[in-house]
Ligand binder design. Structure first.
Ligand SMILES: Nc1ncnc2c1ncn2[C@@H]1O[C@H](COP(=O)(O)O)[C@@H](OP(=O)(O)O)[C@H]1O
Ligand SMILES: [Mg+2]
Length: 264
């Protein structure tokens, strides 16, 4: 693997881990979904941890699949560079035959001028045969004409299994259609590639579920925030980051106002 920079490294690692996951799926089959999920999680996690230890030995890593002790290791809180990875996002969908809404997330968080920023990231969508990354951020599609209002064509991606309870009302309020998709990475990628215009989630999630896709979304110029409009912050002592809004930038004020109205 030739390493040009952190952007290229994130893209290469996510893509390679994704190829391994495709092979795990082929080898293990779908009969025992639990066994398939575990084999996938472990294979991608091991590969990413080994590769980062070898290629970026001084950096810290926060991975979904790390042990509790590793996650609580306070060294990452004072580190200047932390890789935040989700070896397999959309684990449920990975274990369902025919589904392509699962992803590998690799993000780099850096301390710059005293504050934390996501500086590089990649989301591999192995079953879709593509990787979105900050090496070459996707060009955002425009908002469809007449998208907000009566002739609405706004589509909001939501969790297939745990959509926030207010989204039905939000969809009604802004005249949107809800599109259930698995994996936070696959949903944010769908915003960046024009399959939907927004992604809304609340009720629970962790830094690794959104860091890499948010890094790519930021590089592409999309809106990313908590659902109250405040910034998403990463590499916190508690990695819980329970809600998120990613959308085309033109749509964010309408969605934030709608969410605010529903929470009054
Ligand atoms: N209420 C909740 N609490 C904790 N994690 C949640 C959650 N809702 C979604 N997630 C996590 O967010 C990711 C995307 O979820 P979804 O596909 O439902 O949108 C999944 O990551 P993993 O697949 O890595 O576990 C899932 O576990
Ligand atoms: Mg995840």
């Amino acid at each position: 693997m030739t390493i040009r920079d952190d952007h290229a490294l994130a893209a290469d690692l996510a893509t390679e881990a994704g190829e391994r996951l495709l092979r795990v799926r082929e080898r293990t089959g779908f009969a025992d979904s639990r066994a398939l999920r575990d084999a996938g999680d472990q294979s991608a996690h091991r590969y990413l941890m080994e590769a980062l230890a070898r290629l970026r030995p001084s950096d810290s890593v926060l991975s979904e699949e790390a042990t509790r002790e590793e996650r609580l290791d306070p060294r990452r809180l004072t580190a200047d560079r932390v890789w935040i990875v989700d070896p397999l996002d959309g684990t449920r969908e990975f274990s369902e035959e025919g589904r392509a809404d699962w992803a590998v997330h690799v993000a780099l968080w850096e301390r710059r001028d005293g504050r934390g920023v996501l500086t590089a990231g990649a989301v591999a969508l192995p079953a879709q045969g593509r990787t979105l990354s900050t090496a070459q951020p996707p060009k955002l599609p425009g908002l469809p004409a007449g998208a907000v209002g009566r002739e609405s064509r706004v589509r909001i991606a939501v969790s297939r299994t745990r959509p926030p309870e207010f989204v039905q009302k939000l969809a009604y309020l802004v005249g949107a259609e809800l599109v259930p998709i698995g994996s936070a990475g696959a949903k944010i990628s769908a915003v960046l590639t024009g399959e939907v215009e927004a992604y809304v989630h609340a009720g629970g999630q962790y830094e690794w579920d959104s860091a890499a896709p948010v890094a790519v979304a930021l590089a592409a110029g999309a809106h990313t925030s908590r659902i109250d409009g405040s910034p998403l912050t990463y590499n916190q002592a508690d990695p819980s980051l329970p809600d998120i809004l990613v959308s085309l930038p033109e749509l964010a004020p309408t969605l934030l106002a709608g969410i605010r109205d529903l929470h009054r």
